[in-house]
Design a protein around this ligand. Structure first.
Ligand SMILES: Nc1ncnc2c1ncn2[C@@H]1O[C@H](COP(=O)(O)OP(=O)(O)OP(=O)(O)O)[C@@H](O)[C@H]1O
Ligand SMILES: [Mg+2]
Length: 362
């Protein structure tokens, strides 16, 4: 099939790399000819020309998107003539933290206490209700911890509100989590579902740095709880494709942080670490093909993000059981340039490889 991707980053690139072996062709609606994914297929530059989106859509049998920050109106326009998966509804809900939270509430899925904020007065009364510490986040367009302000004291309220530049925001109570987990699942057009195992994620300054897959010490009850949340969400929004939920594990509960209607950084390990990667499974779902096996190829996997500068890549290539994935991007502070996957059936071997690559972690 001819698959069109709205977006031009590393996720589109890895979707394309998994789609070619299945015989598909790719098109991209990209910002520039040099973007990470635009090199992998026919590229339509997203400029002011109103016919560009139409040409892109007309050349695609099915369209998907790589980011929840995609414009809903573009998806709406394309879907009049061409199938778009996940649908506009998945995008509409997951691009706005308030709508996402309302969905969790409706489904009785626990998440951090929150209040929507439009003014400084809203913020003051929300802090009164929720307490401190709390995190103020822009309602839309956040990623990698951008557009967030951790409020520890009431003296910071004005500064926090001003940092939002007047846009709609959400105040969330700070969750004292034991660790961060995520669950990735894929749902087909027929409603079939496959889950990957829960993984453990370590962030630094709001950016994911390390994923351990599967997470250590996950009992069946916890995995099932996460899958129950996932199933409720997928069904409610009739999602098609991959969906990710980010979770906080606390002393006595499993709390949802946010969701993403797409392949996720915490699932990059699946390229080598699972029978079918998250990317291939997304492609399978949106092309109405049978879903692939999500079980692990090795007992242990880890994924390290390469952030900001490339570092010693020779070292990665020399490390046993490590695989390198670069996104064809220029170095820039806080930018995701690539990732490393390590897989092994021995925990000692995995830890040795992690140790030899520790310079890639903060
Ligand atoms: N309510 C909270 N309580 C405690 N920590 C939080 C809370 N919200 C966010 N964080 C921390 O900040 C990180 C980034 O937050 P969040 O996932 O909401 O932002 P994002 O910018 O959308 O990130 P992403 O890169 O996942 O899209 C979380 O992974 C977590 O470490
Ligand atoms: Mg997040």
């Amino acid at each position: 099939m001819k698959i069109g991707i709205l977006g031009s980053g590393q996720l589109g690139r890895m979707l394309a790399l998994s789609a070619y072996p299945l015989g598909h062709e790719m098109r991209f609606l990209a910002l520039s000819e040099e973007d990470p994914s635009s090199l992998l297929g026919k590229t339509f530059i997203h400029n002011d020309d109103p016919n560009i989106i139409r040409s892109f859509a007309d050349s695609s049998d099915v369209v998907t998107y790589e980011s929840e920050n995609t414009d809903v109106s573009i998806v709406n326009e394309i879907s009049l003539n061409t199938g778009v998966y996940p649908s506009e509804k998945s995008l509409y809900i997951s691009k706005h933290r308030g709508r996402e939270k309302a969905l969790f509430d409706k489904l009785n899925i626990p998440s951090a206490p929150y209040e929507m904020i439009n003014t400084l007065d809203d913020l003051k009364s929300a802090v009164y209700k929720i307490g401190l510490p709390a995190i103020l986040k822009t309602a839309t367009n956040g990623y990698d911890g951008k557009g967030q302000f951790l409020i520890n004291s009431e003296s910071q309220l004005l500064e926090a509100w001003e940092s939002m530049s007047g846009v709609e925001s959400i105040l969330e109570g700070f969750v004292k989590f034991k660790r961060e987990l995520s669950l990735i699942a894929v749902r087909g057009v027929d409603g079939n579902l496959e889950y990957y195992p829960l993984v453990e994620n370590t962030h630094y300054e709001g950016i994911l740095r390390l994923t351990i897959a599967p997470a250590n010490n996950i009992n069946k009850i916890l995995q099932k709880k996460a899958e129950d949340y996932m199933r409720l969400i997928l069904k409610e929004i009739n999602h098609v494709g991959v969906l990710t939920i980010e979770l906080f594990e606390t002393e006595d509960n499993l709390i949802v942080n946010e969701m993403a209607p797409r392949v996720h950084n915490s699932g990059h390990w699946t390229i080598e670490g699972a029978q079918t990667s998250q990317f291939e499974n997304h492609i399978r779902a949106i092309t109405k093909a049978p879903l692939g096996d999500t079980s692990c190829t090795n007992r242990y996997s880890a994924m390290i993000n390469i952030i900001g500068d490339y570092g010693d890549l020779e070292k990665v290539l020399e490390t046993k059981n490590a695989n390198l994935h670069l996104y064809n991007k220029a170095e820039r502070e806080r930018r995701k340039l690539g990732h490393i996957t390590i897989t092994s059936n021995s925990i000692d071997e995995l830890n040795n490889s992690l140790e030899s690559l520790k310079d890639f972690m903060p």
